[in-house]
Design a protein around this ligand. Structure first.
Ligand code: C2E
Ligand code: MG
Ligand code: MG
Ligand code: MG
Length: 288
């Protein structure tokens, strides 16, 4: 009987594994088709200056507009795209689209805010990555100083001088570099100090439970103080309440991003949002 059960268990596992593999293959195929069929879209989440309340930038966040399943969040397809390598093409598309969109906004009189784009490790591993970025800036005409590239700590924990060289190459283009989800990785202060970065983004995990969680408040305050000491800009993500915003501002946090201030928006809705930010209003925007 035990043998029988054992065999059943074995059969059960083989079939789930097969299904999982099939599903992955199918999703991969669907993602490749989605790229050709231009089913991906970018939403833009506004970022604000804590002291002036001005809209100072936005982050481009990719979504998949699947004809069958509707709008799909990046967490459901970025990991697989990273595994299969499709992220390289998808990442190129994201960068190209975000830069072209922002250039169009600038050409139409929109204030010169920053645009931030997320990168994956796979993209950075390409030997010619900085050249690709340069080519996209060139093709779209977006001034490099309007672009921020978001990397994570794990992406830049490379042996020796590799990370520093790569980041220097990117910085040489004139763009800004930001460390996303900061505090969740293992980078040390000594290491950070050597990197040519401009900004830290406090991970939303440390913001979520402010003011209930004393430890998170300590961590957020420490990151802010550290960033300021290193002459880095510091932005908090996932800000959902006024209390969080007030605490972070009091600690000296430069910028905030989160549902309290604005959700990720379609390009059309983002423009609309700008029209209702009086301090950022320019008559030309109405033409868009
Ligand atoms: P991320 O770069 O840390 O982006 C912030 C995520 O937090 C976004 O989720 C955003 O919608 C969400 N968020 C913003 N404000 C709030 C808030 O107040 N509360 C809460 N709970 N969440 C908030 P999203 O758009 O689902 O993106 C998830 C992750 O997917 C991103 O995290 C980023 O790591 C990745 N991702 C998104 N777009 C791209 C892309 O174009 N390329 C790559 N490589 N990764 C991307
Ligand atoms: Mg990000
Ligand atoms: Mg983040
Ligand atoms: Mg993230």
């Amino acid at each position: 009987q035990a043998k029988e059960q054992g065999r059943n268990t074995y059969r059960f596992y083989t079939s789930t594994l097969t299904i999982a593999a099939n599903e992955r293959l199918e999703l991969d195929a669907r993602l490749r088709r989605a790229l050709t069929n231009e089913e991906f879209v970018l939403h833009y989440q506004p970022q604000f200056d804590n002291l002036t309340g001005m809209l100072i930038g936005c982050e481009a966040l990719v979504r998949w507009h699947s004809p069958e399943d509707g709008l799909i969040a990046p967490d459901r397809f970025i990991p697989l795209a990273e595994e299969t390598g499709l992220i390289v093409q998808l990442g190129d598309w994201v960068l190209q689209t975000a830069c072209a969109q922002h250039k169009l906004w600038l050409d139409n009189g929109l204030p010169d805010i920053m645009i931030a784009v997320n990168l994956s490790a796979r993209q950075l591993q390409q030997q010619d990555f900085a050249k690709r970025v340069a080519a996209i800036l060139d093709a779209t005409g977006l001034p490099a100083e309007r672009l921020t590239l978001e990397l994570t700590e794990s992406m830049i924990m490379l042996p020796g001088e590799q990370a520093i060289e790569l980041l220097r190459e990117l910085k040489a283009l004139g763009l800004k570099l930001s460390i996303d989800d900061f505090g969740t990785g293992y980078s040390s202060l000594a290491y950070l100090k050597r990197l040519p970065i401009d900004e830290l983004k406090i991970d939303q995990g440390f913001v979520r439970d402010i003011p209930q969680d004393r430890n998170d408040m300590e961590i957020a305050a420490t990151i802010i103080a550290m960033a300021r000491n290193l002459n880095l800009k510091v932005i908090a993500e996932g800000v959902e309440t006024k209390q969080q915003m007030e605490f972070l501002t009091l600690q000296g946090c430069h910028g905030c991003q989160g549902y309290l201030l604005g959700h990720p928006l379609t390009p059309e809705a983002f423009i609309e949002r700008l029209l209702h930010a009086p301090d950022r209003l320019r008559p030309e925007i109405a033409r868009l």
